[in-house]
Design a binder for this molecule. Structure first.
Ligand SMILES: Cc1cc2nc3c(=O)[nH]c(=O)nc-3n(C[C@H](O)[C@H](O)[C@H](O)COP(=O)(O)O)c2cc1C
Ligand SMILES: C=C(O[C@@H]1CC(C(=O)O)=C[C@@H](OP(=O)(O)O)[C@H]1O)C(=O)O
Length: 379
């Protein structure tokens, strides 16, 4: 069974981030500008800190591509960290100055557990890789997989539905076909009133040295029926997608369709009845979010995820210096106050990785033409 393997590497302030994607079909023309467009969407968003003004993420492809066509061999790519120039002294992979150690863990970050687990007295050794900077190359991998899906007529969309106390009820969201309104919104919210409120609550949090999390919603349209499988737990489309989404730092939960609300409502109001219209079987509702039994069922794939507030606080929480054992305030570096809009773009793109994988598992093929022929033959 063909699977897509995707492995990333890179420290946040090291020379570069890298990703290897293996399992892509041969003979597909990749659009490099389109990859860079997705990388630039991820860098935007109200509430980000100073780092995004330094970086201008651009993909460099090292292998797996010839004259823009995929070869079927591993696609390896890098994104250089412009900020490395400012951190070379402490982050050079061969000759860094490691004399100044950081020993005060930030509650909510990887610092404390990472230091104990990897037996280091310098939490820079943990925070550099725990940083969500990694999501730049995972977005890159998603942007590559997404191009195959779009070529097959499948489209991916995202909107932010809540930031801290400011939220829009999912029932009040415009239809997915109108979600592109959110592209012009600094918080990626399609509702102007909620957008204004979201920006206000981010401003307040920032002023108070605090941070905010929130919710975003992803929609995928035009998926063929039968991606994923009920026959094995890790082939369920739900589990394949959840693994990618929960792999985004600070994401604490995912719900498909009506999600956690289904706990409160009887089955008669949860499940989507079948109907016949003009000879076709249709659903009048899509509470399942487009997946039943771990398989896409022909409705839009809809899910939401929750992001916790950013752990590094300008007004730091209480912590303990692990070197001296004394009470103090958590380590503080430049930080975002809210990154929910960025996380929604990451999620939108990385969703393409398991979806392309499920597409290739179902239709097979070593070249993209062959995959599409198999798809057409199965319809
Ligand atoms: C796009 C994005 C940007 C983030 N920016 C920051 C940041 O500036 N400061 C910070 O402390 N955490 C930031 N985070 C969250 C941390 O990376 C994350 O909370 C940390 O790695 C601990 O992992 P966990 O929250 O999954 O437990 C960001 C997350 C995402 C997705
Ligand atoms: C670099 C990115 O996000 C970073 C994620 C992050 C963290 O701790 O997760 C901390 C911040 O890094 P820095 O200390 O360099 O400002 C964010 O800017 C990015 O999204 O590309």
């Amino acid at each position: 069974m063909k699977r897509i393997q995707c492995i990333t590497a890179g420290e946040s302030h090291g020379p570069a981030l890298s990703v290897i994607i293996h399992g892509l079909p041969a003979g597909f023309r990749l659009n490099i500008d389109e990859i860079n467009h997705q990388l630039s969407r991820r860098q935007k968003g109200y509430g980000r800190g100073g780092r995004m003004a330094i970086e201008k993420d651009q993909v460099e492809i090292l292998s797996g591509l010839r004259n823009s066509m995929t070869l079927g061999s591993p696609l390896s790519c890098i994104i250089r960290n412009r900020d490395f120039e400012n951190w070379k002294k402490v982050m050079d992979p061969v000759q860094a100055d490691v004399s100044e150690k950081i020993s005060i863990p930030r509650p909510g970050h990887a610092d404390y557990a990472g230091m104990l687990k990897y037996k280091t007295d310098d939490l820079r050794n943990i925070l550099e890789r725990a940083s969500a900077r990694e999501t730049a190359v995972r977005t890159l991998a998603g942007a590559v997989c997404r191009q195959f899906l779009e070529n097959a007529g499948i489209s991916l969309h995202s909107v932010v539905t809540r930031i801290g106390p400011a939220g829009v009820d999912p029932d009040d969201l415009p239809p997915v076909t109108e979600w592109n309104r959110a592209e012009n919104s600094p918080v990626r919210c399609p509702d102007p009133k909620t957008e204004k409120r979201m920006m206000e609550v981010i401003d307040t949090a920032r002023k108070e040295g605090d941070s905010l999390g929130g919710l975003f919603r992803i929609a995928v349209q035009n998926l063929p029926v039968g991606l994923g499988s009920h026959t094995q737990w890790n082939e369920r489309l739900t589990s394949m997608i959840a693994a990618q989404i929960l792999g985004i730092p600070a994401i604490r939960g995912i719900e498909f369709g009506l999600g956690f609300k289904t706990a409160e409502i009887p089955g008669s109001l949860v499940h989507d009845p079948f109907e016949i219209k003009d000879g076709n079987i249709i659903r009048s509702t899509n509470h399942s979010g487009g997946i039943e039994g771990g398989m896409s069922n022909g409705c839009d794939l809809i899910f939401s995820a929750v992001m916790k507030p950013i752990p590094t606080l300008a007004k730091p929480l209480a912590s303990v210096d692990l070197k001296t054992g004394e009470k103090t305030s958590a380590h503080k570096e430049r930080t975002d106050s809210c990154a929910v809009p960025a996380a929604s773009v990451v999620a939108e793109n990385v969703t393409a990785i398991p979806l392309l994988e499920a597409f290739l598992i179902k239709f097979g093929g070593d070249s993209w033409d062959e995959t599409l022929k198999h798809r057409d033959a199965s319809q």
